[in-house]
Write a protein that binds this ligand. Structure first.
Ligand SMILES: C[S@@+](CC[C@H](N)C(=O)[O-])C[C@H]1O[C@@H](n2cnc3c(N)ncnc32)[C@H](O)[C@@H]1O
Length: 251
């Protein structure tokens, strides 16, 4: 473990060895705790499981944090290759202590938008499922979406912490003057093949309330689901009732 952390540290001059070690041990315990995926949103978890079962060929997550979501997905979809990208070396190393046992997860340390570009040939074939969740202090989201739009013939994108217009029950992220929402998404998709955007609807809110209690007292986060091409997966999403909880957005 020490050798591994040293290798990580050598690649990350911003962190001292001592602060790195302190951060990792602090976070490693949490990374190994029993934590649910998708900030404990059972509807989102089920919708993603269905989409992956419907024919996704790999999973790419930007923003590993401590690996709570990717480890759930790796266990539930053991045949799907998964890549998770994290910029912070302390989170990367702490997550590693919990993720190393999953043979289908590759962890990458780096800036998500750069890693997506660098590995485009590997990532953008088949029907990749991209969970774009690397928001924290800065927002690589526009570059991430642009990269998918330019390179993917078929893909499914999930964005967390997304502003859902007209539905204040859903929390979303704001970084300075940038809102995680439709403006960034549509700008990023400008060069994409034909696509469909889905946003959670009132059925989602009612079901969340039934399962977890009143959304105004719980952290119910907004999401956007985007199908670029991916016609077969998109059709199955509609068939299995994903579209019951999500409504297609039209400009
Ligand atoms: C909301 S957390 C991710 C939670 C995780 N996806 C889950 O479901 O458990 C956001 C993570 O993105 C990371 N992050 C922020 N900017 C990034 C970037 N440009 N590239 C890679 N990771 C980044 C942060 O360090 C943080 O760990």
């Amino acid at each position: 473990m020490k050798e591994f952390l040293k290798r990580v540290y050598r690649r990350t001059p911003l962190f001292t060895w001592r602060s790195m070690r302190r951060g990792v041990s602090q976070f490693a315990e949490l990374a190994n705790a029993d934590m649910p995926p998708f900030v404990n949103d059972p509807i989102l978890r089920d919708v993603v499981d269905h989409v992956l079962d419907a024919g996704a060929t790999q999973v790419i997550e930007t923003g590993t944090h401590l690996g709570f979501t990717i480890r759930y997905l790796a266990a539930r979809h053991a045949d799907l290759p998964m890549t998770t990208i994290e910029a912070r070396p302390d989170f990367f190393a702490a997550a590693r202590t919990a993720l190393k046992k999953y043979r289908n997860i590759e962890q990458v340390l780096g800036d998500s938008s750069k890693v997506l570009v660098k590995r485009a040939a590997r990532f953008f074939n088949g029907v990749p499922f991209l969970f774009l969740d690397a928001h924290w202090e800065k927002l690589p989201l526009l570059d991430e979406i642009r990269c998918v739009a330019r390179n993917a013939s078929d893909a499914v994108i999930l964005i967390h912490d997304f502003e859902v217009p007209g539905r204040p029950e859903f929390e979303f992220d704001v970084y300075g003057d940038q809102i995680v929402g439709l403006r960034i998404l549509c700008e990023g998709l400008a060069e994409a093949k034909p696509y469909a955007i889905y946003l959670p609807n009132s059925e989602y809110i009612a079901e969340y309330q039934r399962l977890r209690g009143a959304p105004d007292r719980r952290r119910m986060r907004g999401t956007a689901l985007v199908f670029i091409g991916a016609d077969a997966v998109h059709a199955k999403f509609r068939e299995f009732g994903g579209a019951h909880f999500y409504t297609r957005w039209a400009a």
